[in-house]
Design a protein around this ligand. Sequence first.
Ligand code: NI
Length: 138
Amino acid sequence: MDRVVRVGISLEPELLQRFDEIIRSEGYTNRSEAIRDMIREKISQKFLEDPEAPAVGTITVIYDHHKGVVTDRMLHVQHHHLDVVGVSSHLHLDEDLCMEAILVKGKVKEVIALYNEIKSLRGILKTDLSLSSLSIKT
Ligand code: NI
């Protein structure tokens, strides 16, 4: 770990107890690491408010490949965003349903544009976007 600065904070005992319970249930063995992660998350959220900020993420899509031409549309959209689409993985869930996970990298506004385009395709049942800021290096 690089140089660190110690900070002291004041908390109500009940709040601290609840916090400790939560971070213990999540596997943290010390408060500092949990608080560092929370601070990184907050900073990441802030950076993601900037449409020009660089980001990486995953777009997850679930669709019924029997419904219309949704599979073709999914491919079509991705071919139009080659600069944002990194890798795409396809999982056949059952006889009808498919899941696709698309790893993306680009400006926040570019990733969201792709996500919105996919989300609005006819035949898509569920979409999720997980976006992370590259600010986490700090
Ligand atoms: Ni499939």
